[in-house]
Structures are given as structure tokens and as C-alpha cells.
Design a protein. Structure first.
Length: 304
């Protein structure tokens, strides 16, 4: 049991670390059109997940999914939302807005909590309410101080948060769901890829000098972290997964500063600080709850 939890913790941590550094991978394709990169991310994710389902012999669930109109509709909506999230993120990275993208992923858990309250009538804790208010405060502060709304950050956060909410209605494993979602949007991706390749005069020109192998790597880079997360989250308490979640935007933030050398002005820094204070409150509350659960479990074991 302890070994499984250790492996689960390593898998979830690994997924967040990979997502955090994925920013650097997309920069290798910065000379290519962002929509062209997105198209190949969709196409090669479908190929990779298809191969994975073949190797693991999980095609039966795909067949069952096609028999449910509601499941297919939910997967279509999820496919559109995750494609929008992927596309905005790639554009943000390749247009020099990594910090805005990281801000989006700091905000995303708060949007998830808001959807939970509105759509699923969940009751947030006091700590989660403070986190939400701090996130709103950070956005309002940044908007008033700079005169610009953090559109990119919210375009990263909101589609992914709604995607997560819809996923609660999809009774498929993560790998099957991702396959069906990408299957829905792959025809459009293939059409755009073919059209753009013809427009610019071939794949080499479309890639802007980047090596071809980066295109299939898009599918691996997209699918592997998800598979790690799906494998590991089953073995550890969800509170722990929630705490570890902030590894991703933190690494993105550091990559934006240290690798891409993006400028962080005072207003952005203060907005991040306001949001970080709120996140710290929720993280502290989750750690406290986790310790309480651990003590309660130990006490019950002693009684036995």
C-alpha cells in the first residue's frame, strides 16, 4: 500500500512538472503558425492515444461510448473546450505571454470552485472563499492599474475549468475520453493542416525550420502527463493532488521569468502576490485537513 502511494505521488508530481515545463517545448515551434501547431497537437494526440488503447486493449470502452448519444455530445463539447485551451496556451507562449498563461492556471482552480458552487451546488470552505476573493481582487487590481483586462489568462483558465466540469458527466476513463474528444476535432485539424501546408509551400515551410519530429512529439507531450496524472491520482488523497496542482503554474511562472526573460512589472507582481496569498490560505487549510484525516485514521487503527 505504501509503495503504491509513493508511486502515485511520484506520478502526479511528474505530470505537474511536465505540464510546467511544456512551455519550453512549444517555444521550439515558435516559428510555425499557432493554429497549425494546435492542429498537429490534436492529430498526434489522437494517434498516440489510439496506439495506447490498442496496446492496453481498452477499445471496448470506445465502442460503448459511441452507443451513448449523451456521452458523444459531452465529448464533442469537451473536445471544443480543450482545443480552445490548447490553442490559447500555444499562442500565449509563442507570442511572449508566458506569465499571462501561468496567471491563467493560477486562476483556473478558483474558476473550478465557482463552477462547483453554481453548477453543482457545492459549498466552498471559508478558506476557498478567501482564495476566490483574492483571485478576483488580483484581476481587478491588475485591470485598474494597467487599464487592460487579463484576457489571455482568462481564456486559458475558463475553457479548462468548464472542461473539467463537463468531464464530471463523462463516464469514461481519461485515456478513452481524450481519444474520443480529439476524434471529434481531428477532421477540422486535418483540413486546416492540409490547407495551411499548401498555402505556405510544404511541411518544411510550415514548420519554419523546426524538425518534423516535433509534430509527432506534440501528441506525446500532450498525452503522457495526462496518463501519469490519471494513474497517480487514484493512489493518493485528492487533497494532496490539489496541493500539488500549483506546481504547474509556479513552474510556468519561473520559466517565463528565467527562460524567456519576460518582464514582470510592479503591477503584475502585486497582482500575483494577491492571488498567491489566497492560494496559500487554501493550501494551508488543505494541509490541515489532510493531517486531521491522517490522525483520525491512526486513531481508528489503534482502536482496532
Amino acid at each position: 500500500m505504501r509503495e503504491r502511494k509513493t508511486l502515485g505521488l511520484a506520478a502526479v508530481t511528474g505530470s505537474y512538472v511536465l505540464w510546467g515545463f511544456l512551455t519550453i517545448f512549444w517555444s521550439f515551434l515558435s516559428q510555425a503558425n499557432s493554429v497549425y501547431i494546435l492542429a498537429h497537437r490534436v492529430i498526434w494526440s489522437l494517434v498516440f492515444m489510439g496506439l495506447y488503447l490498442v496496446v492496453t486493449r481498452q477499445w471496448r470502452e470506445v465502442v460503448e461510448a459511441f452507443r451513448s448519444r449523451q456521452t458523444m455530445l459531452n465529448c464533442l463539447l469537451c473536445g471544443i473546450l480543450i482545443t480552445l485551451n490548447w490553442g490559447v496556451y500555444i499562442y500565449a507562449v509563442n507570442s511572449g505571454h508566458v506569465l499571462q498563461a501561468s496567471l491563467g492556471y493560477f486562476i483556473e482552480p478558483v474558476v473550478v470552485a465557482l463552477i462547483g458552487v453554481i453548477a453543482f451546488r457545492e459549498k466552498p470552505t471559508v478558506a476557498e472563499t478567501i482564495t476566490f476573493l483574492c483571485a478576483v481582487g488580483g484581476i481587478v487590481f491588475l485591470t485598474l492599474r494597467t487599464g487592460t483586462f487579463p484576457t489571455l489568462a482568462l481564456l486559458v483558465a475558463v475553457p479548462f475549468a468548464v472542461y473539467g466540469g463537463l468531464k464530471k458527466r463523462v463516464t469514461l476513463t481519461a485515456q478513452t475520453s481524450l481519444f474520443v474528444e480529439t476524434l471529434w476535432v481531428t477532421p477540422v485539424a486535418l483540413l486546416f493542416s492540409g490547407w495551411w501546408t499548401a498555402q505556405v509551400g510544404g511541411t518544411a515551410a510550415a514548420l519554419g525550420g523546426a524538425p518534423f519530429w516535433l509534430l509527432p512529439a506534440c501528441g506525446v507531450a500532450t498525452s503522457v502527463p495526462l496518463l501519469l496524472f490519471n494513474r497517480g491520482v487514484k493512489e493518493i488523497p485528492y487533497y494532496v493532488a490539489g496541493i500539488l496542482m500549483y506546481i504547474n503554474p509556479t513552474l510556468q511562472f519561473l520559466v517565463g521569468l528565467l527562460y524567456f526573460h519576460e518582464a514582470l512589472d510592479v503591477n503584475q507582481f502585486l497582482a500575483f502576490c494577491i492571488i498567491w496569498v489566497g492560494l496559500a490560505v487554501t493550501m494551508a487549510d488543505r494541509i490541515r485537513r489532510l493531517r486531521q484525516e491522517k490522525r483520525a485514521l491512526q486513531a481508528s487503527l489503534r482502536k482496532e
